[in-house]
Structures are given as structure tokens and as C-alpha cells.
Design a protein around this ligand. Structure first.
Ligand SMILES: *[C@@H]1O[C@H](CO)[C@@H](O)[C@H](O)[C@H]1NC(C)=O
Ligand SMILES: *[C@@H]1O[C@H](CO)[C@@H](O)[C@H](O)[C@H]1NC(C)=O
Ligand SMILES: *[C@@H]1O[C@H](CO)[C@@H](O)[C@H](O)[C@H]1NC(C)=O
Ligand SMILES: *[C@@H]1O[C@H](CO)[C@@H](O)[C@H](O)[C@H]1NC(C)=O
Length: 507
């Protein structure tokens, strides 16, 4: 999960379908998963390890970066009129959706600009004119722009169009690619714009495309080989944990030749995880965190520019099922394979109930065909409130588990809660939510993501300990188990390793 992506989300409900409840797939019905997520390892999330991006030139101009351009001469923002499908103007006094341009990075200087309605900026008359328009739904030579930055003030830019001339705000209503005048950076130059960065993504697409095909393979290999190592599995098994939930991306299934910009090697890393898991007796929950097209538009599902395209076609669904089939087949003989999560956090309404239901049926069958034992994990849709909407489907399958992601974050209702109110929320509200999805003949329940972090400022260690303990107590009643987010993170409370080593959490 990612920080930016979780705004407005009170809780995230993920449905996990498993084996026959309580009896099949595990010999001891009282067994509970006490897991930790290996977040930010095989699916990049910049906030977990910001230094991974340090070597990227122009690292503030990655895929999906949302830029707004204010003309220094009109004092107004560039805008795709009507949000796209029309001309570019420079007459807006404030900037929001139509005034925001999402980058597609070609190299560190060259980009496509994607507008609100998803067209790309180009030049009129099929690229032969000089008027800036946003009409093309594909990118080609006439949609490539170079961003030239002022060396001592990176927020001042000029934009070189495919015809070799600079874009200028000729008037408020006319933006053309025909500026050949002075190259100064003053407020009298109609080709100078001041950029505002209104949002960014730092996922796997961004890091690999940011480094590019020459450097990315080496950088990612180094990250995969060092971020999680064998000793981590030793640590996990020695500290009261019995499982890991490992987020993976869809491109892992075509390793060693994943589609660009992804690079080879995450499959080898996952192979290693399974070897270490076996050696230290740790169970593995494979979690398809990034599905083709992105199931939620966030960086942790490797969206390129915030778009969410997963599930819109049968072909896309079949491609996702093939990833599940591949992963289950590869690890079914490893005794550590415990569960396969079909998809993480699909977001409604983009991910429709119809498409997710169709996918879950096919994904479930794909796992079952390969493995009679592995639990099959399915996410409820975010952005809709019915936590039991998948129960009709779940009860038709062999056993099921509901996975609810519980964070006391990402929702304004938590803004001003005290320490005790946060703890009460766990004891009362989360208990009630968990009870709601826990039924005697229904799916098992799994709190697949939680963290001892909140919106309380300056809390003491003892207060964090109480908060963590309350959560362990309540989530310990989930019939499948729980998984902390995450093992390692530059933010201490989000690192279970740090929390354990520093005595905040004891299992
Ligand atoms: C900006 O210019 C376009 C094109 O002339 C016009 O249709 C639109 O109404 C103008 N918007 C504002 C806010 O002035
Ligand atoms: C949620 O979905 C389930 C399954 O379709 C249904 O039985 C239940 O009535 C729904 N709950 C609400 C509040 O709509
Ligand atoms: C939290 O407190 C601040 C400061 O008192 C207030 O402005 C804000 O509206 C409160 N937020 C909520 C969600 O109650
Ligand atoms: C938490 O539960 C209590 C008791 O049922 C209820 O009064 C309160 O509104 C709930 N809080 C939220 C934020 O839903």
C-alpha cells in the first residue's frame, strides 16, 4: 500500500477464499497466520524506500507526475479545453483537473503530456499545424515534447514541440508551437512557464522507466538482492511470526523477458523467498499486488499515470488468470505455499462487481487446478461499502476467508482522535467490523494489512505499545490470521522489524 493512495479509505476489505474452513488445508484448526508483508520489495513503493529513486535524472519528472503550467506572460494556466478532445488554452486563473498534465516519460527530457480525458497533447492538423491540441488517443512523433528547465530554477520551463520550436501562450486563447524569439527566462517571454507539481507516482513503472533500459536492470537487481535477504526469514521465524505475504507484480510471470519498462529478476527473488521460507518453516501468501492495467490507479499497483484499466476486457482478465496459474504451478510443490491472493485492493467503480466476480471464479479454478491445498485469496472492492458483497460467490466455492485491511489512517474521521479513542476504535469498531464478516459457515477472516501507526502526534512508546497490543488482540480473533504492513520501511512504525527490535511490539 502507499501513503498517498489511501486517502478517504476507512478500511479496506479483501476477501480471501480458502480451503474448507477449519479442517482442510491446515491440520490444526486453531492455527492462525501471524504474518508480515514484504512490501516494497518485488513491487516498488517509493515511500517505503525513497533512496531507490536517488539515481534517476530529473527524478521529479517520472511517469504519472501531474504538472500544471502557468504562463509567465498571461499569468494564467494552460488548460485542455473541455478536459481534452479540443484545443489547449492559457486562460485559467486556477488549476485543477483540466489544467493538469500527466507525464509519460520517454527519456529524462522528453515526454508525452496526457490530459484529463486521456488524450495526448500534440499539434493540430495531424501534427502538421502549430496549434497545441489534445485530440490524439495514441502517442507518436507528433506528441513528443522536450522540457527544458532553467538551470538555477527548475520550476521555470520551456517546452520544445516536435517541430523544433517552443510552445508559447500567444494569447490567453491561443497556444502555438512557433516561438523562435529570445531564449531568456524573463517574465516577458511567452514561451516560459512556471510548473507546479500536483502529484506523483513512485511505483515499479516509474522506477524502471525512470532509470531506463541501461541502468534499471542493475538497480533493481541490487534492490531485490539486498532489501530482503535470508536473514530476514530467520528473524521472522525467531520472533513469533509464521508467515509472509509477498506482493508481486503481473510482469513476474514473463520473467526473464517482461514487457518494457519492467526488468528481469523478480522471479528469481521470489524463488529465493520460497527457499528461505522452506528452510525456516515460514508460510508464504503470494499476493498479486499489481495486476495488468492497474486495478486501482495507485503506484502500488504499478499504474503508469493514475489510470485504472484492469478488468475492462475479457482478455485482460484472462491475462491476469494466467499470472495466477503460472505462480501457483511454479510453487505448488513447495510446502511453504499457503495461499494465493488473486488481486490486492481492486477499486470500485472502475473494477466492476461483474468483472471481479468473473475473475475470482476463473482465478479460483486456476489455483485449485494446480493446488488442492493452497488457500485462494480474493479482495473485496474498495470504494464500496458492502463488506459482504462477495459472500454469494464465496459460499459457492470450497471454503473462503475475508481479508480486511485495517488502518486508523487515510480518513478524516481519525484526524483528531486521542490515543484512547484510537484504541477504543480498535476494541469496539474494528471488533464489530470483523464480527460482521466472520460467519460460522462462511469464509475465514484475514486482516491482511494493518500497522501500529495513527494520526496522533508525539505519542509515547508506551502509547504505541498499547495501540499495537489492542490490534494484536482484536486481529488475533480473525479466523485466518493477520499480516502487518510491512517488514521494512524508512518510517519506523511501518517497519515491523524496527518495532520488534525496539520493543514496541512483542509477539
Ligand atoms: C478560455 O478560452 C476558450 C477558447 O476561446 C473559451 O472557450 C473559454 O470560455 C475560455 N475560458 C475562460 C475561463 O476564459
Ligand atoms: C451486501 O451484499 C450481500 C450479498 O449480495 C447482500 O446479501 C446484502 O444484503 C448486502 N448488504 C447491503 C447492506 O446491501
Ligand atoms: C480536527 O481539528 C482541527 C483543529 O481543531 C479542525 O480544524 C478540523 O476540522 C478537525 N477535523 C475533524 C475531521 O474533525
Ligand atoms: C464506533 O463505534 C461506536 C459504538 O458503536 C459508535 O458510536 C461510533 O460512531 C463508531 N465510530 C465510527 C467512526 O464509526
Amino acid at each position: 500500500m502507499g501513503m498517498n493512495s489511501r486517502i478517504l479509505l476507512l478500511s479496506i476489505v479483501v476477501v480471501v477464499f480458502g480451503m474448507l474452513p477449519f479442517s482442510y488445508g491446515r491440520t490444526d484448526p486453531s492455527f492462525r497466520v501471524k504474518a508480515v508483508n514484504l512490501g516494497g520489495w518485488l513491487v516498488t513503493e517509493g515511500w517505503i524506500k525513497p533512496s531507490l529513486f536517488d539515481g534517476i535524472p530529473n527524478k521529479d519528472l517520472l511517469d504519472g507526475t501531474a504538472l500544471q503550467f502557468k504562463s509567465v506572460t498571461t499569468g494564467k494556466y494552460l488548460c485542455a479545453e473541455s478536459g481534452g478532445g479540443s484545443i489547449i488554452v492559457a486562460n485559467r486563473t486556477s488549476a485543477s483537473g483540466w489544467e493538469t498534465f500527466r507525464l509519460w516519460r520517454i527519456n529524462e527530457r522528453t515526454f508525452n503530456f496526457r490530459v484529463f480525458n486521456k488524450q495526448f497533447v500534440g499539434l493540430g492538423s495531424n501534427g502538421k499545424g502549430i496549434n497545441a491540441v489534445a485530440v490524439s488517443s495514441t502517442t507518436g512523433a507528433s506528441e513528443r515534447f522536450e522540457i527544458v528547465r532553467k538551470s538555477d530554477d527548475l520550476s521555470r520551463v520551456r517546452i520544445k514541440a516536435p517541430n523544433g520550436l517552443f510552445l508559447q501562450a500567444k494569447t490567453e486563447e491561443l497556444v502555438t508551437a512557433d516561438y523562435a524569439g529570445n531564449s531568456g527566462w524573463g517574465d516577458n517571454n511567452p514561451s516560459v512557464f512556471v510548473i507546479t507539481n500536483a502529484g506523483k507516482l513512485e511505483g515499479e513503472f516509474q522506477v524502471t522507466n525512470g532509470y531506463g533500459p541501461e541502468k534499471a536492470p542493475q538497480v533493481m537487481k541490487e534492490h531485490w538482492n539486498t532489501f530482503i535477504v535470508e536473514d530476514d526469514f530467520k528473524f521472522i521465524s525467531a520472533n513469533g511470526l509464521n508467515a509472509v505475504r509477498i506482493p508481486v507484480g503481473w510482469w513476474i510471470a514473463s520473467d526473464p523477458t517482461p514487457p518494457k519498462p519492467y526488468v528481469a529478476g523478480s522471479l528469481k527473488a521470489l524463488d529465493n523467498a520460497f527457499l528461505w521460507a522452506k528452510k525456516y518453516g515460514v508460510k508464504v501468501i503470494i499476493d498479486l499486488h499489481a495486476a495488468p492495467g492497474s486495478q486501482n490507479g495507485w503506484e502500488h499497483s504499478s499504474s503508469r499515470d493514475g489510470s485504472q484499466e484492469w478488468g475492462k476486457t475479457d482478455k485482460n482478465i484472462q491475462q491476469t488468470v494466467a499470472v495466477i496459474d503460472f505462480l501457483t504451478a511454479r510453487y505448488t510443490k513447495n510446502p511453504s505455499l499457503y495461499a494465493v491472493e488473486l488481486i490486492n485492493e481492486p477499486l470500485a467503480p472502475g473494477a466492476s462487481l461483474k468483472s471481479i466476480t468473473k475473475y475470482y471464479k476463473a482465478g479460483y479454478e486456476a489455483v485449485r487446478k494446480r493446488s488442492p491445498k493452497a488457500y485462494v485469496v480474493m479482495s473485496n472492492r474498495l470504494g464500496q461499502s458492502n463488506a459482504t458483497e462477495l459472500f454469494p460467490l464465496a459460499s459457492g466455492l470450497t471454503g473462503s476467508v475475508i481479508d480486511v485491511h485495517y488502518y486508523n489512517l487515510f480518513w478524516s474521521g481519525f484526524d483528531n482522535l486521542t490515543v484512547q479513542q484510537n484504541i477504543d476504535y480498535i476494541n469496539i469498531n474494528r471488533t464489530s467490523e470483523l464480527n460482521h464478516v466472520t460467519t460460522s459457515n462462511g469464509p475465514l477472516t484475514f486482516v491482511g494489512e494493518w500497522v501500529a501507526e495513527w494520526q496522533v502526534n508525539g505519542a509515547t512508546k508506551e502509547e504505541y505499545q498499547r495501540f499495537a497490543k489492542a490490534q494484536l488482540n482484536v486481529y488475533g480473533r480473525a479466523t485466518f490470521g493477520w499480516a502487518y504492513w510491512t517488514l521494512r520501511n524508512v518510517r519506523n512504525h511501518w517497519s515491523l522489524e524496527w518495532m520488534i527490535k525496539n520493543g514496541y511490539i512483542k509477539l
